[in-house]
Ligand binder design. Structure first.
Ligand SMILES: [Zn+2]
Length: 357
């Protein structure tokens, strides 16, 4: 599968590789295939074939190093990630993360950790201190970079300040604001931007989606192509429709807040629901500002359901919508592992119904 929106990032890497920095930070929203771009960069750095003068650095796919890399067996590739990240994905190359994670027998039944720990970073520093197994670089990938806790970041800082010769660090991050400035400022940043909607829609249709489905999926994925594709292939699209209908039912007093909450929690887990509600509040705020009902509106895939809901917005001030939005943000900042989902959602739905119905 090719991701045409990665082209700008690929070209930037080619320009950078003329005088390779010790640390690169690939960043952008989730669902843009940043991992793929980072792995292409890793493969290019590990490749042992002589770069052709004037040609961009890329993996040849044939040399000893490329063969080892693609058979998940390259000793000079170091991949640091969190247990939770690894468990939430099914890329075969995640097998590389095992070297820096507790083996299953040691983990036992505890929950997967969200963090990249200081022990992992120290182990990487030790590995980097040894000479590389081949003539090319030693490369480390740290993903998601914001999963490093503060001790891990501090340990990494030493490596950024005194890089091992012949080593390159590639950090991949979704949320730069969660990465210390001391780390960010020592990396060359490589941004992966959310592509134009037209490019997302044509890519999704090339993957076999109808235009209507592609539009709906793009709307709820916030324009991130991989997320949109994942949504289109699961229940998310109809789930989001049900969310719009449930909230309309709540405002029309066909449902009370408890019934609405029960219906919503059947659709999705709380973190996803809160993200959806936030997206919906964004739409409602934008609608109240522009009154736009179609054309370039992000909700046009859900035109019918959104229209029913937006009719309730006549006479509602933007201040009220902003307050509802902020209340939602507060909920999203709670530790969702420990709070009572039902109570949390009830609180917001009651507020929503009271202010808008
Ligand atoms: Zn090669």
């Amino acid at each position: 599968m090719d991701y045409p929106w990665l082209q700008a990032g690929r070209e930037q890497f080619v320009r950078l590789s003329a005088q390779l920095p010790h640390a690169l930070l690939v960043y952008g929203s989730p669902g843009l295939a940043k991992h793929t771009l980072a792995m292409e960069m890793v493969a290019a750095l590990l490749c042992e074939s002589e770069p052709v003068a004037g040609e961009p650095r890329r993996a040849c796919g044939r040399c000893r190093s490329c063969t080892m890399f693609s058979s998940f067996n390259h000793p000079d590739f170091h991949y640091l990630s969190s247990e939770q990240f690894v468990e939430s994905r099914d890329n075969p190359d995640l097998v590389y993360t095992r070297r820096y994670l507790d083996p299953p027998e040691k983990r036992g039944k505890r929950k997967p950790r969200k963090v990249i720990s200081v022990d992992q970073v120290r182990a990487l520093i030790d590995s980097f201190a040894l000479s590389s197994h081949s003539a090319a670089y030693k490369v480390a990938l740290i993903e998601p970079a914001e999963a490093m806790n503060i001790n891990a970041s501090n340990a990494l800082l030493k490596l950024l300040e005194e890089p091992s010769p012949g080593s390159v660090l590639i950090l991949v991050g979704n949320d730069l604001s969660r990465l210390p400035m001391t780390i960010r400022s020592r990396c060359i940043a490589l941004a992966v931007d959310t592509p134009e909607e037209g490019q997302v829609l044509s890519w999704l249709m090339a993957q076999g989606l109808s235009e209507a489905t592609a539009q709906k999926a793009t709307a709820i994925a916030g324009g991130a192509p991989l997320t949109a594709l994942q949504y289109a292939r699961s229940e998310e699209i109809s789930g989001f429709e049900r969310l719009l209908e449930t909230l309309t039912g709540l405002l029309n007093r066909q449902l009370d807040p408890v019934e609405a909450r029960e219906a919503l929690l059947k659709l999705q887990a709380l973190p996803v629901l809160l993200a959806w509600l936030q997206k919906l509040m964004n739409w409602m705020i934008r609608y109240s500002q522009t009154g736009d009902t179609h054309g370039g509106a992000p909700w046009r895939g859900y035109q019918r359901q959104f229209s029913a809901l937006s009719r309730k917005l006549a006479g509602v001030s933007q201040a009220v919508l902003f307050e509802l939005y902020d209340e939602l943000l507060e909920l999203r900042h709670q530790d969702l592992d420990v709070v009572n989902s039902a109570m949390l959602l009830d609180k917001w739905l009651i507020s929503f119904a009271r202010r808008l119905a």
